[in-house]
Design a protein around this ligand. Structure first.
Ligand code: PLP
Length: 372
Protein backbone atom coordinates (compact mmCIF):
# COMPACT_ATOMS: atom_id res chain seq x y z
CA UNK A 1 0.00 0.00 0.00
CA UNK A 2 1.11 3.55 -0.71
CA UNK A 3 -0.04 5.64 2.23
CA UNK A 4 -1.10 9.16 1.28
CA UNK A 5 -3.46 10.05 4.11
CA UNK A 6 -1.14 11.91 6.49
CA UNK A 7 -3.86 14.36 7.53
CA UNK A 8 -6.05 11.52 8.79
CA UNK A 9 -3.23 10.01 10.81
CA UNK A 10 0.49 9.32 10.60
CA UNK A 11 2.49 6.11 11.10
CA UNK A 12 4.07 5.67 14.52
CA UNK A 13 7.73 6.67 14.48
CA UNK A 14 10.03 3.73 15.44
CA UNK A 15 11.55 5.96 18.15
CA UNK A 16 8.06 6.44 19.61
CA UNK A 17 7.36 2.70 19.63
CA UNK A 18 10.65 2.13 21.45
CA UNK A 19 9.94 4.83 24.04
CA UNK A 20 6.44 3.47 24.72
CA UNK A 21 7.42 -0.22 24.91
CA UNK A 22 8.42 -0.44 28.62
CA UNK A 23 5.27 1.46 29.62
CA UNK A 24 3.11 -1.05 27.76
CA UNK A 25 4.94 -4.24 28.74
CA UNK A 26 6.26 -3.77 32.28
CA UNK A 27 5.59 -0.45 33.90
CA UNK A 28 1.92 -0.53 34.71
CA UNK A 29 1.79 1.56 37.89
CA UNK A 30 -0.80 4.28 38.29
CA UNK A 31 1.11 7.55 37.79
CA UNK A 32 -1.02 9.18 40.47
CA UNK A 33 -0.06 6.61 43.15
CA UNK A 34 2.48 7.56 45.80
CA UNK A 35 4.52 4.33 45.42
CA UNK A 36 8.02 4.39 43.94
CA UNK A 37 6.63 2.93 40.69
CA UNK A 38 3.85 5.47 40.64
CA UNK A 39 6.34 8.28 41.09
CA UNK A 40 8.49 6.88 38.30
CA UNK A 41 5.48 6.91 35.96
CA UNK A 42 4.60 10.42 37.08
CA UNK A 43 8.16 11.58 36.34
CA UNK A 44 7.95 10.04 32.85
CA UNK A 45 4.71 11.95 32.23
CA UNK A 46 6.22 15.21 33.43
CA UNK A 47 9.20 14.65 31.15
CA UNK A 48 6.80 14.07 28.24
CA UNK A 49 4.95 17.29 29.14
CA UNK A 50 8.27 19.14 28.99
CA UNK A 51 9.06 17.67 25.56
CA UNK A 52 5.66 18.65 24.17
CA UNK A 53 6.14 22.11 25.72
CA UNK A 54 9.57 22.55 24.12
CA UNK A 55 8.17 21.60 20.72
CA UNK A 56 5.31 24.07 21.16
CA UNK A 57 7.85 26.73 22.15
CA UNK A 58 5.31 29.08 23.75
CA UNK A 59 5.77 31.26 26.82
CA UNK A 60 3.45 31.89 29.76
CA UNK A 61 1.22 28.86 29.70
CA UNK A 62 0.81 25.20 30.62
CA UNK A 63 -0.26 21.96 29.01
CA UNK A 64 -2.91 19.50 30.09
CA UNK A 65 -3.10 16.11 28.41
CA UNK A 66 -6.47 15.03 27.05
CA UNK A 67 -7.83 11.94 25.31
CA UNK A 68 -7.76 13.62 21.88
CA UNK A 69 -7.68 17.01 20.22
CA UNK A 70 -11.45 16.71 19.87
CA UNK A 71 -11.67 16.61 23.66
CA UNK A 72 -9.24 19.54 23.98
CA UNK A 73 -11.38 21.59 21.59
CA UNK A 74 -14.64 20.67 23.35
CA UNK A 75 -13.06 21.59 26.67
CA UNK A 76 -11.65 24.90 25.40
CA UNK A 77 -14.96 25.98 23.88
CA UNK A 78 -17.39 24.76 26.52
CA UNK A 79 -15.13 25.61 29.47
CA UNK A 80 -14.49 29.13 28.21
CA UNK A 81 -18.21 29.74 27.72
CA UNK A 82 -18.82 28.45 31.24
CA UNK A 83 -16.41 31.04 32.65
CA UNK A 84 -17.55 33.88 30.40
CA UNK A 85 -17.73 37.31 31.99
CA UNK A 86 -21.15 38.94 31.93
CA UNK A 87 -21.94 40.50 28.57
CA UNK A 88 -19.58 38.30 26.53
CA UNK A 89 -21.70 35.71 24.81
CA UNK A 90 -20.45 35.71 21.23
CA UNK A 91 -18.28 33.03 19.65
CA UNK A 92 -16.81 33.57 16.20
CA UNK A 93 -15.50 30.75 14.08
CA UNK A 94 -14.91 29.94 10.41
CA UNK A 95 -16.81 27.83 7.89
CA UNK A 96 -13.76 25.66 7.10
CA UNK A 97 -13.14 24.47 10.67
CA UNK A 98 -13.01 20.81 11.65
CA UNK A 99 -16.21 19.20 12.93
CA UNK A 100 -14.69 19.20 16.44
CA UNK A 101 -15.01 23.00 16.41
CA UNK A 102 -18.11 23.46 14.24
CA UNK A 103 -20.28 20.85 15.92
CA UNK A 104 -19.28 22.01 19.40
CA UNK A 105 -20.05 25.61 18.44
CA UNK A 106 -23.45 24.55 17.08
CA UNK A 107 -24.11 22.74 20.35
CA UNK A 108 -23.18 25.90 22.25
CA UNK A 109 -25.49 27.93 20.01
CA UNK A 110 -28.33 25.60 21.03
CA UNK A 111 -27.47 26.47 24.64
CA UNK A 112 -27.83 30.19 23.92
CA UNK A 113 -24.39 31.27 22.69
CA UNK A 114 -24.50 33.89 19.93
CA UNK A 115 -22.55 32.10 17.18
CA UNK A 116 -21.08 33.66 14.04
CA UNK A 117 -19.55 31.40 11.38
CA UNK A 118 -17.50 33.51 9.01
CA UNK A 119 -17.14 32.55 5.35
CA UNK A 120 -13.73 32.28 3.68
CA UNK A 121 -12.48 33.65 0.40
CA UNK A 122 -12.06 31.47 -2.71
CA UNK A 123 -8.52 30.60 -1.58
CA UNK A 124 -9.71 29.42 1.84
CA UNK A 125 -8.31 32.40 3.72
CA UNK A 126 -10.32 34.38 6.21
CA UNK A 127 -11.00 37.98 5.17
CA UNK A 128 -9.47 39.94 8.05
CA UNK A 129 -11.56 43.05 7.26
CA UNK A 130 -14.66 40.97 7.70
CA UNK A 131 -13.35 39.66 11.01
CA UNK A 132 -12.52 43.22 12.10
CA UNK A 133 -16.11 44.29 11.44
CA UNK A 134 -17.45 41.38 13.50
CA UNK A 135 -15.24 41.94 16.53
CA UNK A 136 -16.72 43.88 19.42
CA UNK A 137 -16.85 43.87 23.22
CA UNK A 138 -19.44 41.08 23.22
CA UNK A 139 -17.06 38.56 21.64
CA UNK A 140 -15.82 35.97 24.10
CA UNK A 141 -13.84 33.69 21.83
CA UNK A 142 -12.56 33.44 18.28
CA UNK A 143 -11.80 29.87 17.12
CA UNK A 144 -9.66 29.42 14.00
CA UNK A 145 -7.67 26.51 12.63
CA UNK A 146 -3.96 27.11 12.01
CA UNK A 147 -3.48 24.68 9.10
CA UNK A 148 -6.59 23.33 7.46
CA UNK A 149 -6.90 19.54 7.52
CA UNK A 150 -8.64 19.31 4.15
CA UNK A 151 -6.82 21.86 2.01
CA UNK A 152 -3.65 22.72 3.95
CA UNK A 153 -4.38 26.46 3.97
CA UNK A 154 -2.66 28.40 6.78
CA UNK A 155 -4.67 31.12 8.52
CA UNK A 156 -2.79 34.16 9.87
CA UNK A 157 -3.37 33.35 13.53
CA UNK A 158 -0.87 35.91 14.83
CA UNK A 159 -2.78 38.77 13.19
CA UNK A 160 -6.13 37.23 14.14
CA UNK A 161 -5.00 36.96 17.78
CA UNK A 162 -3.89 40.60 17.87
CA UNK A 163 -7.24 41.73 16.47
CA UNK A 164 -9.25 39.59 18.89
CA UNK A 165 -7.20 40.68 21.89
CA UNK A 166 -7.88 44.34 21.09
CA UNK A 167 -11.55 43.80 21.96
CA UNK A 168 -10.70 41.54 24.90
CA UNK A 169 -11.68 38.29 23.19
CA UNK A 170 -9.76 35.02 23.60
CA UNK A 171 -8.45 32.94 20.72
CA UNK A 172 -8.61 29.17 20.36
CA UNK A 173 -6.35 27.70 17.69
CA UNK A 174 -6.91 24.20 16.40
CA UNK A 175 -3.23 23.48 15.67
CA UNK A 176 -3.67 19.76 15.08
CA UNK A 177 -2.32 19.89 11.53
CA UNK A 178 0.21 22.64 12.28
CA UNK A 179 1.99 21.33 15.37
CA UNK A 180 5.25 19.59 14.49
CA UNK A 181 4.90 20.51 10.82
CA UNK A 182 5.19 24.30 10.67
CA UNK A 183 6.28 27.03 13.05
CA UNK A 184 3.29 27.86 15.22
CA UNK A 185 1.76 31.35 15.13
CA UNK A 186 2.20 33.23 18.39
CA UNK A 187 -0.79 34.80 20.11
CA UNK A 188 -3.61 32.28 20.68
CA UNK A 189 -4.68 31.77 24.30
CA UNK A 190 -5.72 28.15 23.86
CA UNK A 191 -4.13 25.64 21.48
CA UNK A 192 -5.36 22.13 20.75
CA UNK A 193 -2.95 19.46 19.46
CA UNK A 194 -2.98 15.71 18.86
CA UNK A 195 -0.22 13.08 19.05
CA UNK A 196 -1.32 10.85 16.20
CA UNK A 197 -0.80 13.57 13.58
CA UNK A 198 2.91 13.77 14.46
CA UNK A 199 3.83 10.07 14.42
CA UNK A 200 2.68 9.57 18.00
CA UNK A 201 -0.02 7.27 19.40
CA UNK A 202 -3.78 7.68 18.98
CA UNK A 203 -5.88 8.43 22.05
CA UNK A 204 -3.94 11.39 23.38
CA UNK A 205 -4.10 15.11 22.70
CA UNK A 206 -3.38 18.21 24.71
CA UNK A 207 -4.61 21.69 25.40
CA UNK A 208 -2.06 24.47 25.87
CA UNK A 209 -3.52 27.26 28.00
CA UNK A 210 -2.16 30.73 28.55
CA UNK A 211 -1.83 31.46 32.27
CA UNK A 212 -5.10 32.79 33.61
CA UNK A 213 -7.08 31.73 30.53
CA UNK A 214 -7.74 28.13 31.60
CA UNK A 215 -11.27 26.98 30.74
CA UNK A 216 -13.53 25.51 33.43
CA UNK A 217 -13.04 21.71 33.63
CA UNK A 218 -15.08 19.59 31.26
CA UNK A 219 -14.32 16.28 33.00
CA UNK A 220 -14.74 16.06 36.76
CA UNK A 221 -13.34 13.41 39.07
CA UNK A 222 -10.01 12.71 40.71
CA UNK A 223 -8.56 16.14 40.07
CA UNK A 224 -5.68 15.04 37.85
CA UNK A 225 -3.96 17.53 35.55
CA UNK A 226 -3.89 20.25 38.18
CA UNK A 227 -7.61 19.80 38.82
CA UNK A 228 -8.41 20.76 35.24
CA UNK A 229 -8.89 17.38 33.56
CA UNK A 230 -9.69 14.40 35.72
CA UNK A 231 -8.90 10.83 34.73
CA UNK A 232 -5.89 8.56 35.13
CA UNK A 233 -3.27 9.44 32.57
CA UNK A 234 -1.68 6.74 30.44
CA UNK A 235 2.10 6.88 30.89
CA UNK A 236 2.56 4.95 27.62
CA UNK A 237 0.52 7.47 25.61
CA UNK A 238 2.09 10.49 27.30
CA UNK A 239 5.62 9.13 26.80
CA UNK A 240 4.76 8.38 23.16
CA UNK A 241 3.44 11.91 22.67
CA UNK A 242 6.61 13.34 24.25
CA UNK A 243 8.89 11.23 22.06
CA UNK A 244 6.94 12.19 18.93
CA UNK A 245 7.07 15.90 19.86
CA UNK A 246 10.82 15.74 20.48
CA UNK A 247 11.39 14.09 17.14
CA UNK A 248 9.14 16.55 15.31
CA UNK A 249 10.99 19.42 16.95
CA UNK A 250 14.40 18.05 15.99
CA UNK A 251 13.37 17.20 12.44
CA UNK A 252 11.06 20.12 11.74
CA UNK A 253 13.14 21.78 8.98
CA UNK A 254 14.20 18.46 7.47
CA UNK A 255 10.64 17.14 7.38
CA UNK A 256 9.33 20.40 5.92
CA UNK A 257 11.95 20.46 3.16
CA UNK A 258 11.21 16.82 2.35
CA UNK A 259 7.49 17.52 2.11
CA UNK A 260 8.09 20.55 -0.10
CA UNK A 261 10.16 18.46 -2.52
CA UNK A 262 7.47 15.78 -2.50
CA UNK A 263 4.79 18.34 -3.26
CA UNK A 264 6.65 19.60 -6.33
CA UNK A 265 7.21 16.03 -7.52
CA UNK A 266 3.53 15.17 -7.02
CA UNK A 267 2.30 18.19 -8.97
CA UNK A 268 4.69 17.36 -11.81
CA UNK A 269 3.62 13.70 -11.85
CA UNK A 270 -0.11 14.51 -11.87
CA UNK A 271 0.45 16.50 -15.04
CA UNK A 272 -1.91 18.97 -16.69
CA UNK A 273 -5.59 19.49 -15.88
CA UNK A 274 -5.35 19.37 -12.10
CA UNK A 275 -6.22 22.42 -10.00
CA UNK A 276 -5.04 22.88 -6.43
CA UNK A 277 -7.91 23.67 -4.06
CA UNK A 278 -7.11 26.56 -1.71
CA UNK A 279 -4.32 29.09 -1.60
CA UNK A 280 -1.09 28.00 -3.24
CA UNK A 281 0.89 30.70 -1.40
CA UNK A 282 -0.37 30.18 2.18
CA UNK A 283 -0.34 26.46 2.63
CA UNK A 284 1.36 23.48 4.20
CA UNK A 285 2.84 21.60 1.25
CA UNK A 286 2.22 18.11 2.68
CA UNK A 287 -1.47 18.51 1.94
CA UNK A 288 -2.36 18.51 -1.72
CA UNK A 289 -6.08 18.80 -2.34
CA UNK A 290 -6.59 18.70 -6.10
CA UNK A 291 -9.46 18.47 -8.53
CA UNK A 292 -9.81 17.66 -12.20
CA UNK A 293 -12.75 18.19 -14.49
CA UNK A 294 -14.73 14.97 -14.90
CA UNK A 295 -13.11 13.06 -12.04
CA UNK A 296 -15.25 11.18 -9.55
CA UNK A 297 -13.09 11.18 -6.40
CA UNK A 298 -15.04 8.43 -4.64
CA UNK A 299 -14.77 6.17 -7.68
CA UNK A 300 -11.07 6.85 -7.90
CA UNK A 301 -10.60 5.72 -4.29
CA UNK A 302 -12.53 2.54 -5.10
CA UNK A 303 -10.47 1.95 -8.27
CA UNK A 304 -7.09 2.51 -6.64
CA UNK A 305 -7.53 0.42 -3.53
CA UNK A 306 -3.82 -0.05 -2.82
CA UNK A 307 -3.30 3.70 -2.52
CA UNK A 308 -4.61 5.25 0.69
CA UNK A 309 -5.88 8.74 -0.02
CA UNK A 310 -9.14 10.49 0.70
CA UNK A 311 -11.84 12.94 -0.25
CA UNK A 312 -11.33 15.20 2.74
CA UNK A 313 -11.53 14.73 6.46
CA UNK A 314 -11.71 11.11 7.60
CA UNK A 315 -14.78 11.98 9.69
CA UNK A 316 -16.73 13.20 6.64
CA UNK A 317 -15.48 10.59 4.17
CA UNK A 318 -18.10 8.00 5.03
CA UNK A 319 -21.01 10.43 4.94
CA UNK A 320 -21.31 10.77 1.17
CA UNK A 321 -21.76 14.51 1.67
CA UNK A 322 -19.45 16.78 -0.31
CA UNK A 323 -16.83 18.42 1.88
CA UNK A 324 -18.06 21.52 3.74
CA UNK A 325 -14.56 22.98 3.32
CA UNK A 326 -14.59 22.74 -0.47
CA UNK A 327 -18.13 24.09 -0.57
CA UNK A 328 -16.96 27.02 1.60
CA UNK A 329 -14.35 27.85 -1.09
CA UNK A 330 -17.25 28.25 -3.49
CA UNK A 331 -16.76 24.95 -5.33
CA UNK A 332 -19.99 23.55 -6.68
CA UNK A 333 -21.12 20.00 -5.96
CA UNK A 334 -19.47 18.62 -9.11
CA UNK A 335 -16.14 20.34 -8.44
CA UNK A 336 -16.13 19.15 -4.84
CA UNK A 337 -16.86 15.59 -6.00
CA UNK A 338 -13.97 15.77 -8.46
CA UNK A 339 -11.47 16.57 -5.69
CA UNK A 340 -9.10 14.24 -3.85
CA UNK A 341 -6.72 14.88 -0.98
CA UNK A 342 -3.17 13.54 -1.05
CA UNK A 343 -1.35 13.76 2.26
CA UNK A 344 2.30 12.87 2.62
CA UNK A 345 5.11 13.36 5.08
CA UNK A 346 8.21 12.09 6.82
CA UNK A 347 8.11 8.47 5.68
CA UNK A 348 6.73 9.00 2.17
CA UNK A 349 9.26 8.29 -0.55
CA UNK A 350 9.32 10.29 -3.75
CA UNK A 351 9.20 7.05 -5.74
CA UNK A 352 5.95 5.92 -4.09
CA UNK A 353 4.35 9.33 -4.37
CA UNK A 354 5.22 9.72 -8.04
CA UNK A 355 3.97 6.20 -8.77
CA UNK A 356 0.69 6.98 -7.00
CA UNK A 357 0.27 10.29 -8.85
CA UNK A 358 1.00 8.63 -12.21
CA UNK A 359 -1.70 6.09 -11.49
CA UNK A 360 -4.12 8.80 -10.35
CA UNK A 361 -3.52 10.73 -13.55
CA UNK A 362 -4.08 7.59 -15.65
CA UNK A 363 -7.24 6.72 -13.72
CA UNK A 364 -8.55 10.24 -14.33
CA UNK A 365 -8.03 9.86 -18.07
CA UNK A 366 -9.74 6.43 -17.99
CA UNK A 367 -12.73 7.94 -16.18
CA UNK A 368 -12.92 10.66 -18.76
CA UNK A 369 -12.96 8.08 -21.58
CA UNK A 370 -15.66 5.99 -19.89
CA UNK A 371 -17.83 9.02 -19.32
CA UNK A 372 -17.35 10.40 -22.84
N1 PLP B 1 -8.73 19.18 14.23
C1 PLP B 1 -8.17 18.88 13.07
C2 PLP B 1 -7.75 19.97 12.14
C3 PLP B 1 -7.97 17.54 12.71
O1 PLP B 1 -7.41 17.23 11.55
C4 PLP B 1 -8.37 16.53 13.63
C5 PLP B 1 -8.24 15.11 13.27
O2 PLP B 1 -8.61 14.69 12.21
C6 PLP B 1 -8.93 16.92 14.85
C7 PLP B 1 -9.10 18.26 15.11
C8 PLP B 1 -9.33 15.91 15.87
O3 PLP B 1 -8.18 15.30 16.42
P1 PLP B 1 -8.29 13.94 17.27
O4 PLP B 1 -8.25 12.83 16.27
O5 PLP B 1 -7.09 13.95 18.17
O6 PLP B 1 -9.55 14.02 18.03
Amino acid sequence: MIYLDYQATTPLAPEVVKAMQPWIEDKFANPHSPSRWGREADAAIENARKLVGSALDLKGGRIAFTGSATEAINWALKGTVEKAPKGRNRVITVATEHAAVLDTCEWLADQGVDLTILPVEKDGLLDLDLLERELDERVLLVAVMMVNNEIGVRQPLTAISQMAHKVGALVLADAVQAFGRVELCKGPDLIAISAHKIHGPKGIGALWMKNGKEPAPLIHGGGQEQGLRSGTLSPALCVGFGAAAKLADERCTRDYDHVQRLSRAAIAALGPGWIINGSTAHRYPGNLNVRREGVDGARMIADLRDIAFSLGSACASGSGRPSHVLRALGLDYREARSSVRLGFGRYTTQKDLVEACDRLAKAAVEQEKLDA
